[in-house]
Design a protein around this ligand. Structure first.
Ligand SMILES: [Fe+2]
Ligand SMILES: [Fe+2]
Length: 318
């Protein structure tokens, strides 16, 4: 698969002088890449102008250079999100790319990225983006249309959970809020580990697939827990995002207040995001239809919390 060898980078977000000195490629066909600039020469403003004139949206780097490029992108993210000239859509796209790369690297090379601070920085950027940019959620949502569900889902759930959490519990800020976001962005990580990506399947789920899927919460939790760097709340979000308020969820049949509030919020956002996104086996429904479905699913969520959630979703015109 090509994606294993080249990573796409959105040109609009690149600061030429700061971009690391790595070989840069252009895509010339489905599986074809052409060297644009070798290692040893800086990417210049002229390069970027020229590329944009030929309406290239992306450049590509080898995955071997990705660590260096990720570090640059993560350092540059606050400037980029604060840049008033850039459209929300571009910001959303770049933020999403960086988060998706982080999640990918976490699965492929855990020891390199086990520092939770990297994730925390990304979460802080998402908190700022959704709090200050009215079009942030719409921008992130439009990214979902162009990328596989399994990749975008966590970013989407994290952004929505952080926004909803900050509105319901405005006094909870800093690390306790960030930890909910860290859990939310990684919540379906077990799917990739179980290799039973429900986003890719084209028919309805078979019984066996469903059983596999049920394992993802525990698998994701155990994987992250072994790294020994994630907080209890982040781990709880991953472990318990499929628990239900009435105790009929999985994996531990927790009920009511045994499910931490941050987890309950992430669970609401997870369900809502899943319903309003196209999946292999069914089409997205509208915001109102999703809220109705959730309302009808009695016992899944704490009623007062659901009411607040519903109000926020309508307010932000998601
Ligand atoms: Fe899940
Ligand atoms: Fe999910």
């Amino acid at each position: 698969m090509t994606e294993e060898y080249y990573k796409e980078i959105t040109i609009e977000g690149i600061v030429p002088d700061l971009f690391p000195d790595v070989a840069v490629y252009l895509k010339t066909g489905v599986n074809n890449y052409m060297l644009y600039k070798p290692h040893g020469r800086k990417l210049t403003l002229d390069d970027l102008d020229r590329l944009q004139r030929r309406s290239s949206e992306y450049i590509y780097v080898r995955t071997g250079d990705m660590e260096e490029v990720s570090a640059y992108q993560e350092d540059n993210l606050p400037n980029l999100l604060g840049n008033k000239e850039l459209k929300s859509l571009v910001k959303g796209k770049i933020l999403f790319q960086i988060c998706a790369d982080y999640a990918g690297e976490l699965i492929e090379a855990p020891p390199k990225v086990k520092e939770v601070e990297r994730c925390r920085n990304l979460i802080r950027q998402i908190i700022g983006f959704v709090a200050h940019d009215r079009d942030a959620m719409a921008a992130l949502k439009s990214v979902t249309a162009e990328n596989p569900y399994s990749v975008v889902h966590g970013v989407q759930v994290a952004a929505l959970s952080l926004l909803v959490h900050a509105r319901i519990f405005p006094k909870i800020t800093g690390p306790p809020l960030e930890d909910v976001g860290i859990g939310a962005i990684l919540l379906d990580m077990g799917m990739a580990l179980a290799d039973s990506d429900h986003g890719k399947s084209s028919g309805s789920l078979s019984h066996q697939e469903y059983q596999m899927m049920k394992l993802h919460a525990t698998m994701g939790h155990d994987f992250l827990n072994r790294m020994g760097v994630f907080s209890n709340i982040a781990l709880a979000v991953v472990h318990y995002h499929h628990e239900r308020y009435d105790g009929k969820g999985y994996p531990d049949h927790l009920s009511a207040d045994a499910i931490p509030r941050g987890v309950q919020i992430a669970a609401l956002c997870d369900t809502f995001t899943a319903l309003t996104t196209d999946r292999g086996y069914r089409k997205a429904v509208t915001t109102e239809q999703a809220l109705q479905t959730m309302e009808g699913s009695k016992g899944a969520h704490e009623p007062a919390l659901f009411k607040s959630f519903e109000k926020i979703i309508r307010e932000i015109k998601y």
